[in-house]
Design a protein around this ligand. Structure first.
Ligand SMILES: Nc1nc2c(ncn2[C@@H]2O[C@H](COP(=O)(O)OP(=O)(O)OP(=O)(O)O)[C@@H](O)[C@H]2O)c(=O)[nH]1
Ligand SMILES: [Mg+2]
Length: 356
């Protein structure tokens, strides 16, 4: 899981990256138009994994991890004539984006558009992504038309051309590709293009000192989610030890560290949930797509487990903790045997029986 923080210059990307990852990167270091990427891996805190670990006392505890990338350099107009290769490559590798919008007042920090207007900034960023995708689509259409005029692969090309013309129509209406209804086959065929507006996103409003809700400030589209973060304050808190942080949070009426909020929203954005594996050697959290079958989920552990899948032993994490051991769970009839098509639920502990 890899998520990119993007936004206009000086919107607080690095500040929020620091708040989220506990890093202490210098701020205001970006150069508009110049790609700058810094990554950090965040361990996902999970009280359920903590409880299972306390019970098993394994040699190793392996939490889930998310990589956050602070991607500096995006500016208004950057995609005119095509986003440069490295930029496009970097952005296309992300599973989704955190769109950072400036709402904070700070006279010492100039705004590239002069006034504070997060809605306008969102439109600017959306346009850059839309335009980048539109160029990709148009290039492909040109190529397909060329091939067709030469009489090559007529049928396959005509089908693809129809699909790309649908994409073009959506983008020309300034709508993101993620809003399109696409069949699984179409999605598969488009995957390689890594369209930017097809990726999910979370809007992050950097409110500075003000404690306001994102929805009070932004007019959001259907399906858009936004959270408000007091960037500078949260970045300071992330540098404190646990006791001081708790004191600060109480003083500023902050219920949850920003890391926890953003991680929860990240999972939601990516439609990811967690199952656990347990044992004396290792207790581990496994993020996987919501709606995975037991066999698919087994594949997140190892492809051999997917191939040789026989059955999965399944139990809810809290039932296991309550009963104290797998043996107890089994004799209480709480350990279920499920087949390959069983849909794994969030918070289940799974043991895969497999051949080979
Ligand atoms: N008052 C106030 N200032 C902030 C806040 N967040 C960021 N700033 C300031 O805004 C400036 C830009 O913040 P950065 O985090 O560097 O923003 P950025 O988007 O990473 O900037 P570039 O990488 O240069 O594009 C810095 O001087 C920050 O101190 C905030 O919540 N309140
Ligand atoms: Mg920065």
């Amino acid at each position: 899981m890899k998520l990119g923080l993007v936004g206009l210059p000086m919107s607080g990307k690095t500040t929020i990256f620091n708040a989220l990852t506990g890093q202490n990167r210098p701020t205001t270091m970006g150069m508009p138009g110049k790609l700058d990427v810094q990554m950090a891996v965040v361990e996902v805190p999970d009280p359920r994994l903590d409880a299972l670990t306390a019970m098993y006392e394994p040699k190793k505890k392996v939490p889930a991890r998310i990589t956050y990338a602070d991607i500096g350099g995006l500016t208004k107009g950057i995609s005119e004539g095509g986003l440069s290769g490295p930029f496009r490559t970097e952005l296309s590798q992300m599973d989704g984006f955190l769109i950072v919008l400036r709402h904070f007042q700070n006279d010492a920090v100039p705004h590239p558009e002069e006034t504070i207007d997060p809605q306008r900034d969102l439109t600017i960023l959306d346009s850059e992504f839309l335009f980048t995708d539109l160029l990709t689509v148009e290039n492909r259409i040109t190529r397909l038309n060329e091939e067709m005029s030469k009489g090559k692969n007529r049928e396959a090309n005509a089908k693809e051309l129809a699909l790309f013309e649908r994409l073009q129509a959506v983008l020309e209406e300034e709508k993101p590709l993620r809003d399109m209804e696409l069949s699984e086959d179409e999605q598969r065929r488009l995957r390689g293009y890594a369209f930017l507006t097809m990726k999910p996103r979370l809007i992050v409003l950097n409110t500075g000192e003000a404690a306001v809700e994102a929805a009070e400030v932004l007019d959001l589209g259907e399906g858009d989610r936004a959270i408000a973060i007091r960037g500078e304050l949260e970045a300071e808190i992330a540098q404190l030890d646990e006791d001081d942080a708790a004191m600060f949070m109480q003083e500023y009426d902050i219920e949850q560290p920003v890391r926890d909020r953003v991680i929860r929203e990240s999972y939601r954005m990516l439609s990811v949930q967690t199952f656990f594996t347990v044992g004396e050697d290792e207790c581990r959290a496994w993020p996987h797509p919501v709606g995975s079958t037991a066999q698919k989920a087994a594949g997140t552990i190892h492809s051999d487990l997917e191939k040789g899948f026989i059955r999965a032993e399944i139990i809810e994490w809290d039932t296991l903790v309550e009963l104290g051991s797998m043996a107890e769970a089994k004799s209480a009839g709480k350990l279920r045997l499920e087949g390959r098509d069983y849909l794994v639920q969030d918070g289940e502990v799974m043991h895969v029986r497999h051949s080979g």
